[in-house]
Design a protein around this ligand. Structure first.
Ligand SMILES: C[S@@+](CC[C@H](N)C(=O)[O-])C[C@H]1O[C@@H](n2cnc3c(N)ncnc32)[C@H](O)[C@@H]1O
Length: 458
């Protein structure tokens, strides 16, 4: 059997070794290890394999906290101790920045690690399937459509897991079946979000009604605040949700508290998965905003960062494409008695372009989805004269590709990684950019507004 030494960690958390200069990506192997492996796929440029036996073990190898981590693959770094995970994630970020944008690692600060490495996930989006006659929730194996049933997920909030287990028991009691594309009926996904011990549940189904007694039983489960149904009969799709979710019972919105702000969330609104780390990330991002006249937050979700930054600007404009999230953002501003924020539902690039036609923008906060900023957004920024950008990214590759373009007009001041997703290879970061020829002093400095919400002490 083939043997290889693992030289680095890949973006999916796999180990990478080289055979005659050709990279071999090996699932389950850690940096520094020598392993025996089998090849699953090979072409002229690279090979993909899996680890069969570890010959020389890394001192960072630990027993994974999850019994299905090797089959599920979502937590590809779970067999690595946490300190090493943080080192490897910083390395993934620096490598992407160098490879795609020629940015040196001196710009990258140390990783802000998470205090909790298990039980931190406040949201689960799980496909449903029949396993030996029983409806089960699980995950698709990373990089495939193979369903892996998961009885217990150790990175999800324990309250969420308790609710999930009881909901699954009720669904099976009522003989609910998994989605059948030919009849377009059945249950497709279970989406749960637990915040402050309260859980908002959405069941994504085909064209079928849920029995009213089943709905009552789910709503009676401890820690359940609401049950929604959304119909999704699309053949494939990137979104779990189909039709606009319909409230079957309970409270319309789920309450959350972040950085001293009271927030309300509807099921389709984005919310950061790791609340404790997101609070630190937001506080750091907002600390990088200088007092100014007009601040725009693109991709603002339910507006948490805009509201937190409201004390730094005379006017804040949040832009977001999901209407429910914008409704939440407006209500969140009112609930927190913040009156200098406006939220606009629309595409980030188009709306920012419009705002720039009407006036100047002093700082842009941007937290785009994994795909990064699109070309239109990059063009809008480059042709503007926005002095400062605070860019929050959850994907080093798209961050680096965007920075390669933004570097034409902006200088990169700092890049600060945060670990929001322990045990997974995902890397979140904040990049601060200043337009060439602008110094912080030249920014439109305004008097600080009253400090109502927690900001970092850095
Ligand atoms: C990573 S989330 C960040 C949300 C928010 N900043 C937060 O931390 O809760 C990205 C957000 O961008 C929104 N979005 C995606 N594409 C967009 C676009 N083209 N224009 C505006 N918003 C978009 C998504 O709906 C999502 O709410």
């Amino acid at each position: 059997m083939k043997q290889i030494r693992i030289m680095k960690t890949g973006i999916n958390g796999e180990g990478i070794g080289y055979e005659h200069h050709k990279p071999v990506f090996i699932k389950g192997a850690l940096i520094g290890e020598t392993v025996q492996y089998e090849i699953d796929h090979e072409d002229a440029r690279y090979a993909i394999g899996h680890c069969v036996r570890v010959i020389e073990k890394s001192p960072c190898r630990i027993e994974p906290a999850c019994s299905v981590s090797d089959r599920c693959g979502g937590c590809a770094l779970m067999a690595m101790d946490y300190q090493e995970q943080c080192i490897q994630k910083k390395a993934l970020l620096t490598e992407a920045l160098w490879k795609y944008a020629g940015i040196r690692d001196t710009a990258v600060r140390d990783m802000h690690g998470s205090e909790e490495i298990l039980g931190y996930r406040n949201q689960a989006r799980m496909p449903l399937a029949m396993v030996q006659g029983k409806l089960m929730a699980g995950f698709y194996q990373t990089g495939s459509n193979r369903f892996v049933p998961v009885d217990h997920c150790v990175i999800q909030d324990p309250v969420l897991e308790e609710v999930r287990s009881q909901v699954m028991a009720i669904l099976n009691k009522y003989h609910q079946k998994a989605y059948d594309p030919s009849s377009r009926t059945g249950l497709r996904y279970l989406v749960l979000r637990t915040l402050q011990n309260q859980t908002q549940i959405s069941i994504i189904t085909g064209q079928n009604k849920l029995p009213s007694d089943l709905v009552k039983e789910i709503l009676a489960v401890d820690h359940v605040s609401s049950l929604y149904q959304s119909v999704n009969t699309a053949r494939t799709g990137v979104d779990f949700f189909g039709s606009s979710p319909v409230l079957l019972g309970g409270k319309k919105n789920l309450a959350a508290e972040m950085n001293g702000l009271q927030l309300q969330l509807s099921p389709r609104s984005f919310f950061q998965l790791n609340t404790a780390q997101a609070e630190k990330l937001y506080a750091m991002a907002v600390s990088k905003v200088d007092p100014c006249k007009t601040l725009v937050e693109a991709y603002c979700g339910v507006g948490a960062m805009s509201l937190l930054a409201s004390q730094k600007a005379e006017k804040v404009i949040g832009i977001e494409s999901i209407e429910e999230a914008i409704i939440n953002a407006g209500a969140n501003a009112a609930a927190n008695q913040i009156d200098n924020c406006e939220f606009i539902c629309g595409d980030a690039a188009q709306t920012l372009h419009q705002i720039l036609q009407e006036g100047t923008v002093d700082t842009l906060l941007a937290d785009p989805p994994r795909a990064g900023m699109d070309d239109a957004m990059i063009r809008t920024i480059l042709s503007s004269s926005i002095p400062k950008i605070v860019y929050i990214s959850c994907n080093p590759a798209t961050l680096a590709k965007n920075l390669k373009e933004l570097k034409k007009e902006y200088q990169i001041l700092t890049i600060i990684p945060f670990d929001l997703f322990p045990n997974t290879p995902h890397v979140e970061s904040i990049t601060v950019l200043m337009r060439n020829g602008v110094s912080s002093g030249k920014q439109n400095r305004r008097k600080k507004r009253g400090r109502k919400h927690a900001l970092p002490k850095n």
